[in-house]
Design a protein around this ligand. Structure first.
Ligand code: P6P
Length: 339
């Protein structure tokens, strides 16, 4: 039987990968693990306590209806990160503006964290997997002052660490610090995340494609032709409506996830800073690719606003390349009004 390696042990052991690391990032990753355990506890009993359902008429910064568990998860993540002393600011899908965290005695917080506390939360009431997505940046603002929004408007290539927690049949935390991707499954009997998916590598291609087929007629022609191609190849459509779940399946079994532009979301629905970038970092570190429907690498995008959206095509490298070929071959150039 393999020796149990806990998340804490792994993070501390891997600290050696960073010769100049002084433990702050290690502390931050461990705090996110603690927050994940707390959120997991509530997600797993959401049906038993009055924490299901919609929070009044609440809407978040992106105009999405806020579920009670969204708010709970948001509050717990903020509390854990506040206590760490390693994080000087937070950007959350649930908060319009950034949250500046006062310095903790004798700590010089170097990092900011952007997260979606509970992605796919509309699935909570029907017991479908949901997830937390997080990305960690080194602050670029004056270390003597509070963090600023510019600390979060960095390109995805500047991410120091990123990952997600999927609350499903088991609770798994997957993260990268730029040296590969590892997954840890929560063992409730000991309350520890234990190494279960060492050095994850995404298959070059897979048998699944993941897109909301219901929007088929609203997609651009190149998207429709690619979806038809997947169907011709007898690929299986799997779309859970929870990005973390669809990406996690693609990461382990191969596949491609697409959220193109539609009339309702002309720039795409998914948020760049705390959904697309962290997941793109993880998938690229596992050998996959992540681009926009305009063929830009997700991690190279220059964010302009905290809650800006992006189109995304992400997953197995061969499948993303095939999708890229469809976009190049079939996309109709935007109609020019220039004579
Ligand atoms: P649609 C959940 O609301 C989410 O942000 C992602 O997790 C998911 O992939 C997507 O939106 C689902 O959106 O428009 O297909 O219901």
């Amino acid at each position: 039987m393999n020796r149990i390696v806990t998340l804490d042990e792994f993070i501390i052991h891997r600290q050696k990968d960073f010769p100049y690391a002084s433990g702050e990032l290690t502390g931050l990753l461990r705090d996110i693990g603690v927050a994940a355990k707390i959120v997991n506890r509530e997600v797993n009993k959401a049906g038993l306590v009055n924490i299901l359902g919609v929070e009044g008429n609440a809407e978040n910064a992106s105009g999405d209806t806020v579920q009670k568990l969204d708010i709970y998860a948001n509050e717990k993540l903020i509390d854990c990160l506040k206590n760490s002393g390693e994080c000087c600011g937070i950007a959350s899908e649930e908060n319009e503006d950034i949250i500046q965290i006062p310095a903790v005695e004798s700590k010089n917080a170097k990092y900011v964290v952007a997260f979606d506390p509970l992605d796919g939360s509309s699935n909570i009431d029907v017991n479908v997997s949901v997830g937390t997505i997080f990305g960690i940046y080194r602050r670029i603002s004056d270390p003597e002052g509070p963090c600023t929004v510019d600390d979060f408007l960095q390109k995805g290539v500047k991410l120091v660490a990123a990952g997600y927690v999927i609350y499903g049949t088991s609770t798994i935390l997957v993260y990268t610090t730029g040296r590969g991707v590892n997954g840890f499954t929560l063992d409730p009997s000991i309350g520890e995340f234990c190494l279960s998916h060492r050095d994850i590598k995404i298959p070059d291609r897979g048998n699944y494609y993941s897109v909301n087929q219901g929007y088929y007629l609203k997609f651009d022609v190149e998207m429709r032709r690619y979806i038809d191609y997947c169907s011709d190849l007898n690929l299986r459509l799997r779309y859970i409506g929870s990005m973390v779940s669809d990406i996690h399946r693609s990461l382990l079994q191969g596949g491609i996830f697409l959220y193109p532009n539609t009339r309702k979301y002309p720039k795409g629905k998914l948020r760049l800073i705390y959904e697309c970038n962290p997941l793109a970092f993880v998938v690229e570190q596992a050998g996959g690719k992540a681009i926009t429907c305009q063929l830009e690498r997700i991690l190279d995008l220059e964010p302009k606003e905290l809650h800006e959206r992006s189109t995304i095509v992400i997953g197995s490298p061969v499948m993303v390349d095939e999708m890229k070929n469809f976009i190049e071959r079939y996309s109709v150039p935007a109609y020019s009004t220039q004579e």
